[in-house]
Design a protein around this ligand. Structure first.
Ligand code: TXA
Ligand code: MG
Length: 351
């Protein structure tokens, strides 16, 4: 299949891109588009056959449900069977924005979109282009991240092109994704709401609106085979770079010494080594390819670059990647959740 690639140029050509993409979506085709979190691979959420194409293009297991993207809160009534007061409160506080809510699905939503579940994930993106595309196509867009299953999520159009060129009808280049990590997912179908995936909207921000919520126990906790995450997608090996990624945790000096020592050891064996460092500490490393992920004083900068850094190491065929660890509060919790998964929970603890 030939993939059309279109770049949004300051809104000048937006209308024509939206027309072209709308026609594809209405016809059951696949369009990758930018959102404020990561790029999404979209198809008509109410058309089971269209949704099926997403699974094929990504190589995604069919039991892993898709998020349905909407542009108006009113659409909840069409797609969800039960809408709790909490759902309305969260929608008012955080939509449009990087929050996905799990609710019981209406009959309109096919099981092909929800991976066979009776619940549906709903999100209203903040990205204006994404919302315009939903409104003007008249299609609710089912969209997982636009990467090959298991690879880091795409935060630049070139990442999407790398993974999906030739497999989808259209890729829309809207520049870098602002946040860089996928949306926060909250399950509202139980007695107490549960965060299934941490993201830009933090537990504290949610609790300020609806009171106490739980965190799925598999978030941040070491790979425990007995724990099963509630979001089916969270159980798969994810975000993984090709090289072996190890995270070093502990006092800054100890971390730097250990990374330098291990990097030198692998370098001496002729291996390609990479280091993920904060801006504040980068000058203290002297071996391998050193990449600055962001500043410790600005967690958002780290979130924004994480996936791009992992993909850069892949392109450079880096065999061993050593990373500093980052504070796991607020947005840092989402960063560490993704980094730990990328490392397969391979962590070296230092004093
Ligand atoms: O920021 C985002 O959410 C991006 C952009 C494109 O909107 N999308 C995204 O989709 O990250 P995806 O498919 O990569 O991740 C969706 C996650 C998966 O872990 C999936 O298992 C979970 O949401 N999920 C979807 N529907 C669910 C449901 N009904 N119950 C529990 N988990 C669900
Ligand atoms: Mg994904």
């Amino acid at each position: 299949m030939e993939t059309i690639v279109r770049k949004i140029e300051n809104g000048k050509n937006e209308a024509s891109i939206i027309n072209e993409a709308s026609a594809i979506l209405k016809n059951g085709g696949l369009v990758a588009f930018p959102t404020e979190t990561v790029y999404g691979l979209g198809a008509n959420a109410l058309d089971e056959k269209a949704a099926e194409k997403i699974y094929k293009a990504k190589g995604r297991p069919s039991d892993n449900p898709l998020i349905v993207h909407i542009a108006e809160t009113g659409s909840l009534r069409e797609l969800a069977a039960v809408i709790t007061g909490q759902a309305y409160s969260l929608a008012e506080a955080f939509w449009p924005g990087p929050l996905t809510m799990i609710l019981n699905k209406s009959d309109k939503v096919p099981f092909g979109t929800t991976g066979g579940l009776t619940t549906v994930a709903l999100r209203m993106p903040e990205h204006t282009f994404a919302r315009q595309l939903i409104l003007q196509s008249g299609v609710y867009i089912a969209a997982p991240s636009a990467n090959t299953s298991g690879r880091p999520s795409p935060t630049l159009a070139e990442h999407v092109i790398e993974d999906l060129s030739g497999k989808v009808d259209m890729i829309i280049d809207g520049g870098p994704a602002g946040i860089g990590l996928e949306s926060t997912i909250i399950d509202l179908t139980g007695r107490i709401p549960v965060i299934l995936r941490p993201g830009y909207i933090t537990k504290k921000m949610i609790e300020d609106v609806i009171g106490t919520v739980d965190m799925d126990r598999t978030i941040l906790c070491a790979a425990d085979k007995n724990l099963r995450p509630k979001a089916p997608g969270m159980k798969y090996k994810h975000y993984a770079p090709k090289g072996e990624l190890t995270i070093y945790e502990g006092r800054s000096d100890a971390v730097i010494d250990a990374i330098n020592r291990d990097a030198e050891k692998q370098k001496a064996r002729g291996k390609r080594v990479g280091i993920i460092a904060a801006k504040e500490t980068k000058d203290r490393y002297h071996t391998g390819i050193i990449k600055v992920i962001g500043s410790r004083e600005d967690e958002a900068s780290i979130a924004q670059r994480l996936y791009a850094v992992l993909r850069e190491f892949d392109r450079e065929n880096t065999e061993y990647i050593y990373s500093e660890s980052f504070l796991d509060d607020d947005l840092g919790q989402a960063v560490m959740n993704r980094l730990l998964k990328a490392a397969g929970h391979h962590v070296v603890h230092l004093q």
